[in-house]
Design a protein. Structure first.
Length: 136
């Protein structure tokens, strides 16, 4: 995922494993700036799925790894001559979680919906599109 970001998919076997992977990845190459670790049900080649995992499985107070004053890329304009901060997101399901707690729910038929056919153009008057007057 671009030069500074890394997505890692694991079949988690023990708590703390994702954080060790984050630390290893950040230490493995100075260019790595952000690491997101997800479970095997998340497609790491689809940024929307990774974002979903972060949105539904990550809490900053327990799942964020933050390292300040570490060596980074001198080509990264946000660093101070190559020194900056790095972070990792443990977006994996806790092993102690009940089976349905983090289960991804799908709406039957959602894959067949043509979003371009139902999407409203920016700035369109939706009431006019559906034949409703502005007076009620």
């Amino acid at each position: 995922m671009c030069r500074y970001h890394l997505y890692v998919q694991i079949d988690k076997r023990s708590e703390g494993e994702a954080k060790n992977i984050i630390l290893g990845a950040l230490g493995g190459h100075y260019d790595i700036k952000h690491v997101v670790v997800v479970d095997t049900d998340v497609d790491i080649h689809d940024p929307t799925e990774v974002e979903w995992a972060v949105a539904t499985r990550f809490q900053a107070d327990r799942d964020l790894v933050l390292i300040h004053e570490s060596q980074g890329s001198k080509l990264d304009p946000s660093t101070r001559d190559g020194v900056g901060s790095k972070m990792g997101f443990d977006a994996t399901v806790p092993l102690s979680a009940p089976p349905m707690r983090f289960k991804r729910i799908r709406v039957p038929g959602e894959a067949e919906v043509d979003l371009t056919a139902v999407a409203q153009p920016a700035g369109a008057d939706w009431q006019h599109l559906f034949g409703q007057s502005h007076n009620g």
